[in-house]
Write a protein that binds this ligand. Structure first.
Ligand SMILES: Cc1ncc(COP(=O)(O)O)c(C=O)c1O
Length: 365
């Protein structure tokens, strides 16, 4: 009998989540209640940040972060091109210009020297992405500090990532998270959060997502409705209690993969930065001939993904951008041409992990 397909993701839904959702639904307090306050505080505490504000998703979290830093028309914001499109489009949506830079060869996160080379007097902020769950290099934060440029950590893929004992979300001026269903932690729908370590931003962030309101009928500053519902905040609080176990399981699976693939010279396997706990949102390998690799995995009934096949600067939305042609960021472009993600979610069984290993090993390019 053919074996079941190994998927890239599998939902975690337990009785506590269902009971929580029912309880909050029945309470009639669906927004702006105790769950969002508690979830914001618990998430900030987990990450080691000063304050946390749940919001509708990771994309608007980035817009709120830029707005809170007064980034707007005519400003430049440095961002890697190798990331999910939301890391870049948030910049354009506030009227600023994304300046795309290269990533480090081994870690796929911002390259410190590339950032330095891109800084000009117009640079108003830097968005760094802890891509796949790998933490951004400390040197990037040191550079930003030296130059007095605020840094936003796009931590959408970094729930549970840490570097030298500090968690993602606590390194920069402001950090954003996504709780999209496939992320390391979810909230039963779209969801996000904004964390900050700066006392002067706490109020700005928390009121921006609620119409800049200081009172029911009083709006002190520009804002809008980016709130997250009480049910989702309650579900997020339950999921948060599982996060460390899930990250540990992701690390166990990643360690098995890396041990099994280390001799396969036709693959480039991911490295972990010294001092880091990688959150393994994705386990991404470089394979050369991606089409052949994916066809092989598919024939073995194993799902794969690509994160991401088109770098931001080559997306049609940026066809008019000064960097919007091939050759602008050669390393990023080469990476996007041959990366592939294999299943690493915590609910994989040990047998499924072995099937993935056997399938990868049996592929010949
Ligand atoms: C790096 C990165 N930034 C931002 C986002 C946007 O998050 P959301 O889908 O919750 O809007 C994502 C989600 O896929 C992401 O991976």
């Amino acid at each position: 009998m053919a074996s079941d397909r190994v998927p890239m993701g599998r939902m975690f839904i337990d009785d506590e989540m269902l009971d929580t959702a029912n309880r909050i639904l029945a309470s009639g307090q669906w927004i702006k209640g105790p769950e969002s306050k508690a979830f914001g505080a618990e998430w900030a505490e987990y990450c080691g940040a000063l304050s946390g504000t749940p919001c509708s998703n990771g994309s608007v979290a980035l817009i709120a972060a830029l707005h809170s830093l007064d980034v707007g028309v005519g400003d430049d914001v440095i961002v890697p091109s190798h990331t999910y499109i939301a890391s870049a489009t948030c910049i354009s949506l506030v009227g600023a210009n994304p300046v795309f830079v290269e990533i480090e060869e081994d870690y796929y996160t911002l390259d410190r020297d590339a950032v330095e080379a891109a800084i000009t007097p117009r640079t108003k902020a830097i968005i760094g992405v802890h891509l796949y769950g790998q933490p951004i290099a400390t040197e990037v934060f040191e550079l930003a500090k030296e130059r007095g440029i605020p840094i936003i950590e796009d931590s959408a893929q970094a729930h549970g990532t840490s570097l030298n004992g500090k968690r993602a979300g606590s390194f920069g001026d402001i950090a954003t998270f996504s709780f999209f269903p496939s992320k390391n932690m979810a909230v039963g729908g779209d969801g996000g959060a904004i964390l900050t370590n700066r006392q002067d931003l706490v109020q700005r962030v928390s009121t921006f997502i609620d119409h800049g309101r200081s009172d029911k009928y009083r709006n002190d500053s520009l804002g809008t409705n980016f709130r997250l519902s009480e049910i989702q905040c309650g579900v997020g609080r339950v999921q948060l209690r599982h996060l460390d176990n899930w990250v540990a399981r992701r690390n166990q699976i990643a360690a098995r993969y890396s041990a099994a693939f280390t001799e396969l010279n036709h693959l480039k396997i991911p490295k972990v930065r010294d001092g880091a706990v990688h959150a393994w949102h994705q386990y991404v390998i470089r394979v050369g001939d991606r089409e052949s690799f994916q066809a092989h995995m598919n024939s073995m009934n194993i799902s794969t993904g690509i994160h991401y096949p088109i770098p931001c600067h080559l997306q049609p939305v940026y066809s008019e951008h000064p960097q919007g042609q091939r050759g602008s960021l050669e390393y990023t472009e080469a990476v996007c041409d041959d990366i592939v993600s294999i299943p690493v979610m915590p609910l994989l069984t040990d047998d499924e992990v072995q099937r993935v290993i056997d399938a990868v090993i049996s592929w010949t390019p």
